[in-house]
Write a protein that binds this ligand. Structure first.
Ligand SMILES: Nc1nc2c(ncn2[C@@H]2O[C@H](COP(=O)(O)OP(=O)(O)OP(=O)(O)O)[C@@H](O)[C@H]2O)c(=O)[nH]1
Ligand SMILES: [Mg+2]
Length: 336
């Protein structure tokens, strides 16, 4: 993938430069207006900057673009056909209006570059690029993996953990250990104990984040350790410190934030903000079987800018979990 930055006075001028530089198959990654620095900038029109990328399979050093940053522009909502219909459809599927517009504007810009492609094809590609590739736990493990589950109360953390623990132990044949740090709710540890007995996987219970050290020592020969945490309200002020301590002491290398697929735009915004203190995590969208469209998942992807991983589709352990390919969301949003 070759990535280039182009500047010009008008959109059309910059798009032409992109075409000349990267060819007709380039895709626009971001666009923004920039002002020149100093006094001169106050008296001159801002320039348009477009960053675009093109596949260059002949290149030895490839920069892998995993996901595209949304443009974050607001526009005139007077859209030409067929984009006006796409806009209506996305909004009907609960995509936030500003996000739907952003997607459409990005697709329109790309249509200036790739005139041969259908608008629907361009919109599909734009949605995919906003969602990004999924990052599930690797199947080929070459070292011990420690997987930590976090998220609001009742979203399905423990059930999702049990699904993945069952898959990695039964299907992939790995030696698995379970730790639960959830001793807040009566019966919480018991819930995981039941899975531990059924799956014949050992479980350790800890009563404070600092107690994680010993179970990890006992599990030092395990291939993969799943760590469950208590669901917390985003208003809980102790949460960042507790999770940070657990993260630090457990040296977790896979962190999954579970968010319900029905989470509204505003609620998702609040959740994402409350977990901002974590440098790297991936999102699992749970309870997808309980929603009629995946618009809120797209909203959340847009807001979080974090990688996606899995989607859970029911209560059954271990069956109701899939790797979340962007096409699953995109096809739902674009089907009438
Ligand atoms: N419909 C549906 N229900 C689910 C799914 N995943 C979990 N559940 C149900 O959601 C409820 C809560 O699941 P838990 O796994 O206990 O959720 P949790 O996030 O661990 O809850 P706390 O630990 O209390 O914060 C249970 O009744 C699960 O069976 C799913 O994908 N679809
Ligand atoms: Mg739980």
């Amino acid at each position: 993938m070759r990535v280039q930055r182009y500047l010009g006075r008008t959109n059309q001028e910059v798009v032409n430069k992109v075409k000349d530089g990267l060819g007709d198959d380039a895709i626009i990654i971001s666009t923004r207006k920039i002002r020149q620095k100093g006094l001169k900038g106050l008296f001159t029109k801002p320039l348009i900057e477009i960053v675009a990328a093109a596949d260059r399979s002949d290149q030895t050093s490839k920069k892998h673009i995993d996901r595209v940053e949304p443009m974050g522009i607001s526009v005139n909502r007077d859209l030409p056909a067929p984009y006006d219909n796409f806009f209506e459809r996305l909004v009907e599927k609960e995509v936030q209006k500003d996000i739907a517009l952003d997607l459409i504007r990005q697709s329109q810009l790309n249509s200036q570059l790739q005139a041969k492609r259908e608008p629907l094809t361009l919109l599909r590609a734009t949605i995919d690029s906003y969602i990004g590739r999924p990052h599930p736990i690797p199947v080929d493990l070459d070292r011990q993996i420690r997987v930590l589950f976090i998220g609001p109360t009742g979203v399905g953390k423990t059930t999702t953990l049990a699904k993945l623990a069952a898959k990695y132990s039964i299907v992939h044949g790995y030696d698995v250990g379970l730790v639960t740090a959830d001793t807040y709710r009566i019966g919480a540890a018991n819930q995981l104990e039941i899975y531990s007995n059924i799956l014949d996987i050992p479980l350790e219970i800890i009563y404070s984040p600092r107690e994680i050290i010993e179970p990890l020592e006992r599990f030092q020969d395990k291939d993969i350790i799943f760590i469950d945490t208590a669901g917390k309200s985003i208003k809980d002020e102790d949460q960042p410190e507790e999770i940070s301590t657990l993260l630090q002491l457990s040296e977790a290398n896979e962190i999954f934030l579970c968010i319900s697929a029905s989470t509204s735009y505003q609620a998702c915004n609040n959740i994402i903000k409350s977990y901002d203190f974590i440098e790297e995590y991936k999102i699992i969208y749970t309870k997808a079987d309980e929603v009629t469209s995946y618009g809120n998942i797209l909203n959340c992807c847009y807001l979080s800018r974090r990688p996606i991983s899995y989607m859970t589709t029911g209560q059954s352990v271990p069956d109701d979990i899939i790797v979340l390919e962007p096409s699953i969301i995109r096809d739902d949003l674009l089907v009438l």
